[in-house]
Design a protein around this ligand. Sequence first.
Ligand SMILES: [Zn+2]
Length: 196
Amino acid sequence: MYDVPLRTPEQAIKTAERHNRKLAQRFPLLADQLDMVGAWTPEKVLEDERRWRAKMDASERRAQERGDMLRSLVAQRLTDQALTDLDAYFRRVLPQNGGYWADFWWQKLKLYWPEMAQQECPWRDKHEAFAKYEPVCRTCGRRLTPLPPDACGGESVGCESNRVAGAGEASRQTGSCKQGGNDDYLSGVWLCGRIR
Ligand SMILES: [Zn+2]
């Protein structure tokens, strides 16, 4: 999957020699027993590289699959044309690899279907543990702790259920938000008081 070619046996010999030369400089007294301090053979260089490449390919495949899965969810919320436009945008603007693919569709899922994003949060198994430190999950925006008794729970303008940009600002300016300005910057969740 990666375009960079694997080392040739000749290159592996050079790599091993270079490594062993450095070891010999570092441990001059062990110069004839370099095996003790981690000398490399060309076979080890090739095998390590092969294993590393297999691991990278597997993780690339996993990211691709997650991106495909997230895209299929986003697709349920958009018109065919909108989806085609997003595909075109991804191809035109972003690096073409699994990591970017998965993140691109994760961001779109959060935007177009936040409830589903919370279900598909990569940290969903940790939400309970996070709750000790954070009121909301910073990745998916899910609320982890109950709202304080004086929070409106979405009734007042700009509170949790209202994700319109600037709405929280409006409630702060009118003084209706008891927790004025106590917004969660990273998740974009506003936490404001009931209008009194
Ligand atoms: Zn989460």
